[in-house]
Design a protein around this ligand. Sequence first.
Ligand SMILES: Cc1ncc(COP(=O)(O)O)c(C=O)c1O
Length: 389
Amino acid sequence: MFDALTRQPDDPLLALIGLYRKDERPGKVDLGVGVYRDETGHTPIFRAVKEAEKRLHETQDSKAYVGPEGDLVFVDRLWTLVGGDTINRSHLAGVQTPGGSGALRLAADLIRQMGGKRIWIGLPSWMNHASIFKAAGLETAGYPFFDVPSQTVLFDTMMSALQGASAGDAVLLHAGCHNPTGGVISEAQWLEIAAVVAERGLLPLVDLAYQGFGRGLEEDVVGLRHLIGIVPETLIAVSCSKSFGLYRERTGAIFAVTTSSSSADTVRSNLAGLARTSYSMPPDHGAAIVRTILSDADLARDWKEELETMRLRISGIRQSLAEGLRDRWQALGAIAAQEGMFSLLPLAEADVMRLRNEHGIYMPGSGRINIAGLKTAEVGDVIDKLKNL
Ligand SMILES: Cc1ncc(COP(=O)(O)O)c(C=O)c1O
């Protein structure tokens, strides 16, 4: 019966990891994988995470089931970080999920369950977005979000797409630190988006996977908070993978902002039911770590400080890259003002292959680079290689 299956293509980013590992050249540079790296090329465990793990090790006295909604203290603390005091909490339904991907999938399942059929996605987007939504049975509708040669967000195109969407359609929005473009939506533009979404009766699904990596922890949710203040119903998928460095612990949450406590209760029960028939319950460890950090003022302060050093490192590399590249490609000066770990270089696939084969500089064929994959000492060399393509 397994013969009925066809071999699925390998994930190109995972294949890239394999190629990079096999490369024995000493100066090789990995700009492919989407994880934060420090100046030594290492993906560190936050000090606060280590300390929280130590405390959990000493105090945790059971591994009994928690439940499909996960750790509700974690969910509550995480919401404070995301939404602050913007809404009445009794109108909020929040459920812990296996990472941001699990949150997106649960959101998509919920949209299907409530009769939604279609979700709008600005392109290019994170590769998994369309796959997750399609796997849940949603139709995806794409519109151009970013022009790579000029490095600009196509805001007018986005607004036309939203104006053409039908009531009941869902709309995917990146809260910030857009993957893969780094393109920024200004506060004024968020207000315009919120107005159209509310007017057209659309359901926004906001993906928040990089809080703290753009302009700062609070700054990175300003747009999202405007949105939930204006639009009556919103879904928010949160990933703790980057912001807490918990990638493999699969830590995240899905939040639904609703219009009443009874609606929130109904949504919560649906989310829990969908979780139950999928993975039953989310893994506990990552959420317990985040709960411990966010429940302790000293740990939280230390976590914020370390996150800020990461943000500043990325921002510094962005400034140097933009400075070095703008005389060859004027548009790439925009890299300085873009946010988050990623930017999308205007390279042909042949250029990407030359960089890989001739110089050991690895990135996917799309030209997406992980800025955090660069050490300060490598920036000059990478700029030279790019300029000499
Ligand atoms: C835009 C975006 N959303 C969601 C995710 C999901 O993160 P995870 O499932 O690892 O928490 C990622 C991960 O790279 C991402 O880039």
